[in-house]
Design a protein around this ligand. Structure first.
Ligand SMILES: NC(=O)c1ccc[n+]([C@@H]2O[C@H](COP(=O)([O-])OP(=O)(O)OC[C@H]3O[C@@H](n4cnc5c(N)ncnc54)[C@H](OP(=O)(O)O)[C@@H]3O)[C@@H](O)[C@H]2O)c1
Length: 223
């Protein structure tokens, strides 16, 4: 059984991944901004910890909350979409916030938790990216400039990390267009199906997969 740390575990895909991993008998360290507002419908071996990924000091202090616990799988799930209205809405404040949460925070958190990952058995770092960050496939009509740039930046950061640190298995995963607050009700995919697909990718991953970018169903995504 693995110990899995998931960010943004309180709603959407993160909540579904938390439900799936605990249901399958794994231990989940579920992180979110406000654990007191997590809701009551999750059972199993789960502990909730506060983590605001827009707060660099909180990210750097976070390992102290873990007390040296080993982590087998680290899932960077939390993200924000930012302004969606196209170039007219691009501004420094929104753009920087989206880059901070979606691209910088997962990299800094991985660095801070590397000792915990090295103490674990799997050493898997799963970055929930998006096809929207693909230069080749991410050109659909939605605005989302900051979001697309942030996921492209995350992709580069994760590729670089996979290259620099062969002891980690670093995955970039696109969850599909899913019915969550971010994806909206028109989305194609049920969040449970996405979570099952992602967990299958994560559970089967080994060092040879490090630096790859795949969808929830295993389809490779072009950079
Ligand atoms: N939905 C889609 O169609 C889709 C498509 C491609 C990729 N993705 C990716 O899939 C992942 C999950 O998306 P989702 O659809 O589940 O999104 P969501 O429903 O909007 O949930 C986002 C999660 O991120 C958390 N979060 C936001 N800002 C945070 C911060 N500063 N610190 C800590 N947590 C923060 C939220 O917590 P709060 O409740 O505190 O805000 C929430 O738990 C994201 O990486 C997203 O980019 C989604």
């Amino acid at each position: 059984m693995a110990r899995v740390l998931i960010t943004g575990a309180n709603r959407g895909l993160g909540r579904e991944l938390t439900r799936l991993y605990t249901r399958n008998g794994h231990e989940v360290i579920a992180c979110c901004r406000d654990p007191d507002a997590r809701g009551a419908d999750l059972a199993g071996d789960i502990s909730w910890l506060p983590l605001d990924l827009a707060d660099e000091a909180a990210i750097r202090a976070f390992p102290a909350l873990l007390g040296g616990k080993a982590i087998d799988i680290l899932i960077h799930n939390a993200a924000i979409r930012g302004a969606t209205g196209g170039l007219a809405e691009v501004g420094f404040v929104d753009f920087a916030q989206v880059m901070r949460v979606n691209a910088a925070a997962p990299l800094i958190l991985t660095h801070m938790l590397r000792p915990n990952l090295m103490a674990g058995e799997r050493r898997v770092v799963a970055m929930i990216s998006s096809r929207a960050g693909s230069m080749t496939e991410g050109l659909d009509p939605d605005g989302d400039y900051a979001y697309r740039c942030s996921k492209a930046a995350l992709n580069m950061g994760a590729r670089k990390l996979a290259y620099d640190d062969p002891e980690l298995t670093v995955l970039l995963l696109h969850p599909g267009w899913i019915k969550t607050d971010m994806g909206g009700p028109e989305a194609e995919l049920d969040v449970r199906e996405a979570a099952r697909g992602l967990a299958a990718r994560i559970d089967a991953a080994g060092p040879k997969d490090s630096g790859s970018f795949r969808a929830w169903d295993g389809t490779p995504i072009a950079w």
